[in-house]
Write a protein that binds this ligand. Structure first.
Ligand code: 6AU
Length: 284
């Protein structure tokens, strides 16, 4: 059953979302008419930049795994810093946000170093990142303290459930993650979840979050057909994910990056995911 949040338009949610990063993302989604996040899981930095230049107009969000990129083996002199600076320039040019899929999972003090420093300096260039809830609230507090010092909107997604077969998320784990996210202390920082269906949403689900609750749900494991990858990944279609299960942003990696014509295939994902959203809002 679609609930109150999933039947609202992205545009109306962009006015009221409790996080600045969420408002910005919802505005981009609504203006560009795309709820597609590209997961660019390539290892060559130059290939990534070339692909992002082509696919930028199709997406609201670019998801990176900065630690899988081979900066040392590149034939050019691309450094981590110059790469992230170029990504930010592309994000400006094509109006999308950047999500570093770091999946933080340690105590607050350690994740602060991982988020702010190290070789990647994630907080300085990624608008959005994500974290497991398993360490407890200290992980959110630690990340938020770093984000508060940046001076640009920064948003956090908590993993409430994963797309992979046999994962331990969902159910009670998801309920406890939701309860953690609802703490007023990080109301302007925790923007939503990685999950397989709508989470929270005030009166629509368990009614505990209040009328104004709005968590953006981003969902990986999306393909043009139902299937898997032989390593546990499970794919569902945009119609199932957005139309039936109330998710807001579809995350697509190999379905686009591995295609012969990534731009044409990205357009199919964009169109199907957008139409699924329009149908959901209309029928809600
Ligand atoms: O479309 P794919 O299967 O090629 O890529 C899916 C991407 C990968 C995963 O690291 C990521 O989505 N992912 C996540 C995220 C985004 O946090 C969670 C999850 O449960 N499943 C998943 O695949 O980059």
């Amino acid at each position: 059953m679609p609930s109150s949040t999933s039947t609202l338009t992205y545009e109306s949610r962009s006015q009221t979302h409790p996080t600045a990063a969420g408002r910005k993302l919802l505005q981009i989604i609504s203006q560009k008419r795309t709820n597609l996040c590209l997961s660019i899981d390539h290892t060559d930095p130059d290939k990534i930049l070339t692909l992002v230049q082509k696919l930028g107009p199709k997406i609201c969000l670019l998801k990176t795994h900065i630690d899988i990129i081979s900066f040392s083996s590149t034939t050019t002199s691309t450094t981590i810093k110059s790469f992230t600076t170029k990504l930010q320039a592309l994000a400006q040019e094509h109006t999308f946000m950047i999500f570093e899929d770091r999946k933080f999972a340690d105590i607050g003090s350690t994740v602060q170093h991982q988020y702010r420093g190290g070789v990647y300096e994630i907080a300085s260039w990624a608008d959005i990142t994500n974290a497991h809830s398993i360490p407890g609230p200290g992980i959110i507090r630690g990340l938020k303290e770093v984000a508060d010092g940046i001076g640009e909107p920064r948003g956090l997604l908590l993993l409430a459930e994963m797309s992979s077969k046999g994962n331990l998320g969902g159910g009670e784990y998801q309920e406890r993650t939701l309860a953690m996210a609802r703490n007023k202390e990080w109301r302007g920082f925790v923007m939503g979840f990685i999950a397989m269906k709508e989470v929270g949403g005030g009166s629509g689900n368990d009614g505990e979050g209040g009328e104004e609750e709005d968590f953006i749900v981003m969902t990986p494991g999306v393909g043009l057909q139902v299937g898997g990858d032989g390593l546990g990944q499970q794919y569902r279609t945009p119609e199932e994910v957005v139309g039936r299960d109330g998710c807001d942003v579809v995350i697509v990696g190999r379905g686009i990056v591995g295609a012969d014509d990534p731009v044409a295939v990205a357009e199919v994902y964009r169109e199907r995911s957008w139409e699924a959203y329009e149908g959901r809002v209309k029928n809600g």
